[in-house]
Design a protein around this ligand. Structure first.
Ligand code: PRT
Ligand code: ZN
Length: 298
């Protein structure tokens, strides 16, 4: 593989795959997928995408097989703590959070089990696929429980009599309630993060990484942003500026033949709801138009 090209590892098939490919596409990457389905070749940037199991991504980046990786912070933290336990170097360079794949690692118990505080877990068996994160949390809370390590289907462990509690990832909470479990404590909060090799990048690769990071910032900023245009009496300018959510300095344009009215154009960095439009109208605005923002570069 070409050493001058950035290699980024993302999950091959799972919850982060579509979001990660979508993010790279929004950053301008056009790619073709290799025959083996493991590599996407960047056609318009010196950047290739390797499709891997998420559990392998931290090591691929730590060992400099890939320059970059996108992985859940939960997977990264579990890996980091397992390296610490083995006395190995455990620093990962986390470049930025990516605002998707949000979930939390929680302790859950059967709905009918009383629970007031972490000490109620003393003496219990807790099933998880995240033993290192769980053990650290138990130690931090001075709880003496035993950790049952499973490779999946953690939510059915209490019903099978393998554990009295579980420590698992939750997004909506649907899986817990379907299994008559209730969340009692958050152990770790997670989202997808971009990580970097500990080996310094060549100047060319670094320049591309910096460009991509600026584009990621741009992609994140426009998610909620809207471009709003409206007409308003000059006298209402102060009120209207106050009503525009998250906008810095709007552009004010005179309207030919209407000295008392102006056009106002502004980028709002938050979503614009109907309530805001109604308030704008009440303040004297007319011809209000709200458009999505596709790209932004600060
Ligand atoms: O094959 P590979 O090893 O790559 O994939 P995987 O099966 O290990 O991972 P995958 O695709 O399930 O998840 C990848 C990453 O997505 C995780 O490491 C998290 O960072 C993130 N993520 C976000 C989640 C969830 N949300 C999530 N809800 N990972 C797992 N879940 C599971 C959870 O384990 C439970 O079974 O979904 C269920 C709960 O979901 P709710 O919505 O019912 O609460
Ligand atoms: Zn995995």
């Amino acid at each position: 593989m070409d050493k001058q090209r950035l290699k980024v590892a993302i999950q091959k098939s799972g919850r982060l795959t579509d979001h990660s490919l979508d993010l790279l596409t929004r950053c301008g990457l056009k790619y073709s997928r290799g025959k083996d389905q493991l590599l996407c070749f960047g056609e318009n940037m010196p950047l290739d995408v390797l499709l891997m199991r998420d559990d392998d991504i931290p090591d691929l980046v730590r060992e400099d097989v890939c320059d970059l990786g996108i992985v859940g912070r939960n997977v990264l933290e579990e890996k980091r703590l397992s390296l610490v336990a083995q006395g190995l170097p455990s620093q990962f360079i986390e470049l930025q959070a990516l605002d998707y794949g949000r979930c939390r690692l929680v302790i859950a118990v059967p709905e009918d089990r009383p629970y007031q505080s972490p000490t109620d877990l003393n003496g219990l068996r807790i099933a998880t696929t995240y033993p290192h994160i769980l053990k650290k949390w138990l130690a931090d809370h001075a709880v003496n429980a035993s950790v049952v390590v499973l490779s999946g289907a953690v939510e059915i462990a209490p019903r099978l009599g393998r554990a009295e509690a579980i420590c698992d990832l939750v997004a909506t909470g649907g899986t817990l309630s379907a299994n008559r479990l209730r969340e009692v404590s958050t152990v770790f909060e997670s989202e997808a993060v971009l990580i970097q090799t500990p080996v310094p990048l060549s100047p060319d690769k670094l320049a591309w990484l910096n460009r991509i990071r600026l584009r990621i910032d741009g992609v994140q900023q426009v998610k909620e942003s809207k471009y709003i245009m409206l007409h308003a009496p000059r006298s209402a300018l102060a009120d209207i500026r106050r009503l525009l959510p998250g906008s810095e300095s709007p552009t004010i344009i005179p309207l030919e033949g209407h000295p008392e009215r102006v056009a106002i154009h502004a980028v709002c960095r938050e979503n614009v709801f109907w309530e805001t439009l109604e308030s704008l109208k009440a303040a004297g605005a007319s011809a209000v138009l709200v458009l999505p923002v596709e790209k932004m570069l600060a």
